[in-house]
Design a protein around this ligand. Sequence first.
Ligand code: IFM
Length: 454
Amino acid sequence: MSSSSKFIFPLNFRWGAATAAYQIEGAWNEDGKGESIWDRFSHTPGKIANGDTGDVACDHYHRVGEDVELMRELGIRNYRFSISWSRVMPSGRGVLNKKGIEFYDRLIDELLESGIEPFITLYHWDMPQALQDMGGWLNRDVGKYFADYAAAMVKRYGDRVKNWTTINEPWVVAHLGYRTGEMAPGVKDEKQCYQVFHNLFVAHGLALRAMREAHSDIQCGIVLILFPTEAASNSAQDAAAAEYGWHKDSGWQLDPILKAVYPTDIWNALGSFAPQVEPGDMALISQQLDFLGVNYYFRAVVSAEKGRLEEIPGACYTDMGWEVHADSLRQLLERINREYKLPPLYITENGAAYKDEKTNDGRIHDAQRIHYIRDHLLAAHEAIQNGVDLRGYFCWSLLDNFEWAYGYSKRFGLVHVDYGTQERTPKDSARWYSRVIRRNGLDEVLSLKAPMLV
Ligand code: IFM
């Protein structure tokens, strides 16, 4: 069996797991932390399933040592987490909160002592409420405060942390936070959505510049959620609809960042909803990246007549109702590699929620998640064989956690969390992933279709 048929990844491929501050930390108002828009949103009745909040979440703030130890035991080599802006800067600007700063010092030091490389996300959706009260991302000054915060974090942690991303999934912040309103701050206004989208990119550009000035030997990127789009049939109309869908959701993110323009068809279609762009914005937005983070969960299948299809005959779905389609990850990576001049890529998130249950043996036999991750890894491996410069894979998520508007009803973790006792139990997928990491890929056992051996 040759090494490629064993699906071995390139030397130094980075294997990791990811989380985000609001989804795991808890301690929402402890040790001087300021309120964030997610604290405010989750405390507003009716916004989150079952009235759940992130007040306690996985209590990671108090269990950081245990969680790092868990990662070490599982052999996780890279950990992507986010800093809670309002924990380190309670009002979003100015004075730093010593205890909040020390929390991340401790996390970083424990990771490094355990041989785990930290990847920091600066904004994973939890805007300080004090800045939201000034208009949030609609106020361009907030982008400047974001750059100040980014520089302060790099100054503090840049001696130890070399991998940084500015903003996680601007698409979600803009569309779900400002158009559908299902996420904080809960606005439903399409014009604001596109202005916020643009202002997020500007904030990313300002932060990139400030971070590089603060520390010269760090790697900086942004994390985009991308949606490979396919036509529902061979008809020219469906092909055109799929292409338009791709431009609308993915091109709208990739083009400004990598080509310094917005897709013309979408810009024209937006009419008066198109964002206001100031002179110099596009140059700021399209500064060279050291890497690009890609989050992939599902594809969109589009028809001219029906738009995005809700259900695809014969398809499998996760507990989020998201179609499982691993080959679209390969297609996505290969497409962006053909169409853009890319920096190195990381898959910064990929994973699945399933209805996991503990069985009598005290374990969680999550074979579906193993299949999901395995198939996506095989797709990523094929993309690498076909020339994509993919440097790493981060599974979403290390722990079951607060899944935003769905609260705790959706479990994405490699590790099960009992929210009553805070007991952590690695699922079968965690043990399986651990073996993948140790082998630097999938061998003939780990890539078998069934049964899964763990
Ligand atoms: O939980 C989220 C994460 O915060 C951002 N990307 C998608 C995940 C699953 O919905």
